[in-house]
Design a protein around this ligand. Sequence first.
Ligand SMILES: Nc1ncnc2c1ncn2[C@@H]1O[C@H](COP(=O)(O)OP(=O)(O)OP(=O)(O)O)[C@@H](O)[C@H]1O
Length: 626
Amino acid sequence: MSGDDFSPLAAPVRDLFARYALPELPLFVLGVVTSIVGRAVSLVPPLVLGVAIDALFTPSRDVAYRLPLVPAAWIPGDPRTQLWLSVALILGSLVVGGALTWTQGVSLSLFSNRIQHAVRVDAYRAMQELDMAFFDDKQTGQVMAILNDDVRNLRMFLGSTVSGALQLLATVLGIAALLFYLNAQLAAVTLLGVPVLAVFTVWFMRTIRPRYRALRASIGDLNTRIENNLSGMEVIKTSNAERYENERVGAASWENYLTTWSVAKLEYLYQPSMDLLAGLSFAATFALGGYWLVVGPPPGFSGELLVGEFVTFLFMTQRFVEPLSGAGRIVNSYENARASGERIVDLVERPVSVRDRADAVRPERVEGRVEYDDVHFAYLPGRPVVEGLSFAGEPGETIAFVGPTGAGKSTAAKLLLRLYDVDGGAIRIDGIDVRDLALDALRSNVGYVSQDVFLFDGTVRENIAYGAFEADDEAVVAAARAAEAHDFVRNLPDGYDTRVGERGVKLSGGQRQRISIARAVLQDPAVLVLDEATSAVDTETEVLIQRALDRLTADRTTLVIAHRLSTIRDAEGIVVLEEGRVVERGTHDDLLAAGGLYSTLWSVQAGERATDAVLDRLLRADGSEE
Ligand SMILES: Nc1ncnc2c1ncn2[C@@H]1O[C@H](COP(=O)(O)OP(=O)(O)OP(=O)(O)O)[C@@H](O)[C@H]1O
């Protein structure tokens, strides 16, 4: 048995409640108090009814008109006034009850929605700061499920379940006391079912907990599959994969059906059993009280029972057993919220390794001297991707990474931006270890133009100014001109206000690349990481892009991941990587003269037919030989 089984709230739910609910406590208290008072007020009609039956409507009329908690001196003596008092009390309690219900609804709804907003925003912020490694592993759908479904579950739990539980507790205790006040002997019979209900509820909670965890995970899996497919719709269609994907989505949905069913079948066993137990309590009370009225006190009972008293008692019993059977819903919502709470806490409190140090430095603008000093890195322990990489580039120089596919070129470049942190050695800019720079200062000084251009759904202007949000129109147009994008943008239906569609689908590959170059021009960083595009564009576009890139890289230190060697002939330094290690370095001419891997790559790109041995070497790093 785990420790938190003894606690009324499991740690994640408790922590989330403490962090988010405490600041909104006044609303919560208002909601709970009005709900409890509302419950109490709703007891007035049956109480008054019972009193009226015995004191006013029973012909013998030897019973005095008495109301609990009201001094006898305040009660009028005249039966007619007593009747109108009864009517007024019933009407008044209905009006007050309505007002209380409204207040309760509004305050609890405000309370839970504010919490939902705060939790969602915080969870998003925390998620955005997580290491890239998290996003490499975690599926989008799972994260979406946390930010949507799990946060919503928590809201429903905080908004109605917590207050519902407190209300239930108050009602059950209050009515139990009232039942004892009305008739202690009958009350003992009514309350007999409570321990049985409690034991049954504990069993239910234990059994349903793992099922809720599985259910929450299956929702994440299903979201992931659908999200993946939406992103890859073009591939699905062109690969005739619709049937295959129907089956995969069907399988994920079936898994979700099974987990939902495993929760539901337990719920539908629990809820009616609770209703039945509660009903049995009511039936036992009715049977014994009825016997008492018709025959006289049952064995073990003594005294007199009046009809009105019994009617009130039965109404109260009904009010007592009703919430008891509702305990099922509360427990159920709690277990659901607990599974969601665990997932939210797991996201929000996940340790982050790529973050600012306490004494991080924030230089305004760096000169741009870049130095890799014996850098080591592995995505997975024991599988090094970069091993002992060292080189230096002076401000304004271009350093090119060249090598077979999978050699670690992109990885080595991403380390400069701290998308990942090195495992060994150091990367320095102007002599400062990048881990000592504040992340925002580092990334505003190091631009990144990737081969997978990502545009956000929005206008061309918004996409160019992404990251340089304060740039004015003039600067945006100047950047577009420098990136050879101005002419085509001007010819788009709405010019700079044209929407590019999700991921920029409404633009061609070459157009997207030029927008991303314009983005970098506008950012104007001292250092640039340029992951050269591999996809072919037509010659004219290629010339435009090359001219734009030449302008972009002219006065800044550039690390270029080169796929076409013709573009880096003039680079000050070329680092040839193979399987994460530097195998050659030098200028284009040096490397050609050396006759090593670079010159082989060069001759292959120049159109010479590669021998099988050369092809093997070029592909080895990619694992293609296995
Ligand atoms: N996020 C990741 N998680 C785990 N392994 C990765 C990740 N990204 C890349 N790798 C692996 O690291 C190795 C180097 O990849 P990298 O992208 O750096 O190579 P590259 O030289 O840039 O290749 P290419 O020229 O094909 O773009 C590859 O074996 C790849 O499978």
